[in-house]
Design a protein around this ligand. Sequence first.
Ligand code: BJW
Ligand code: ZN
Length: 298
Amino acid sequence: MNNQLKEFQIYLKNSKKVIALVGAGLSASSGLPVFRGSQGLWKNYNMIDLATPDSFYIDPSLVWQFYSWRRYTSLKAQPNNGHRALINLVDEFKSKNRKVLIISQNVDGLFNRIRPKIDEIYDIHGNLFTLKCTSFLCNYIEKNNFKQPLTPALNETEHEFEHEHEIDESTTTTTKNSPKFHPVKSLDESQLPHCPICKSLLRPGVVWFGESLPLDLITKIDNFIEDEDSIPDLVLVIGTSGTVYPANSYVERIKLKGGKVAIFNTDIDDKIVQGQVNDTWGFKGDAAELLPIALDCF
Ligand code: BJW
Ligand code: ZN
């Protein structure tokens, strides 16, 4: 067994308090695209440019088509062994009365497909299957809405996904028709999802740039990290670029408290992988393959 892995497993086995920060890379091998880099495109739009209140305000039709596609791809995807390994870690720690918290930036709901409710997993960026009313005067929120398509006009996103890997017979060459090559439909606001109470436009229950994260979760995370009676031993940083605040700030805060870091990512600095960075392990590769091995040490 590789020395780094052995050392990490001994440390994990003796840890009393562990946090995992999860990003899109965990769901990559379930077939869901990440946000940044060459994979982070949808119909030639940069995915992160669509994750803003301004985009929705300017063009709700465009943003709803994007999220309808995200809902559909997430529903079609299956959780992978990385999700399962993390749930096993939660169970293992709870059974030994140790503390564990999974902070997930993913909105795909894949953990919940394994087990509907896990108190130790916080979806800090919301969930694709939650719908919220856009009216300031209305507090309508619907959770676990898996209806697809949400409206008849949003149907086409499914159709496009089904044909993503079609063979283009007109040119007799095999093309991997990415969804980015399909034009966006122009939909009237009346064709988008509306609030059953006040009839205003509904929006996806996710956290966009410039929006506040759920305050209850932020407070619980702060308390978990700052509790002076039990300092975090370790943070697992899984499939995230660590570019988004406040999620990225947790790693630094845990380090400052003396916690060690273990990174699971397809793209890691060589120095980290070679064990040349203090208190940091780096495991380079697919998180869905690495986690079941690395976390299997109890
Ligand atoms: C693999 C792999 C495999 C691949 N195995 N690994 C200036 C102006 C305005 C705002 C700000 C500003 N400066 C800072 C801010 C705050 C802002 C922010 O952080 N901006 C930065 C970009 C600069 N943050 C916010 O606005 C947050 N709210 C907030 O802070 O409120 C207070 C405040 C407001 C205003 C100003 C200041 C403070 C809210 C952030 C919400 C982020 N929302 C999104 C969209 C959610 C809905 C949706 O999914 O559509 O969340 S953005 C997007 O990024 C999404 C993700 O959860 C998040 C993180 O991305 P992630 O998961 O890291 O994905 P990638 O693609 O970046 O990385 C994937 C990684 O996986 C890579 O490393 C790969 O190598 C790896 N990988 N395959 C393992 N198989
Ligand atoms: Zn409403």
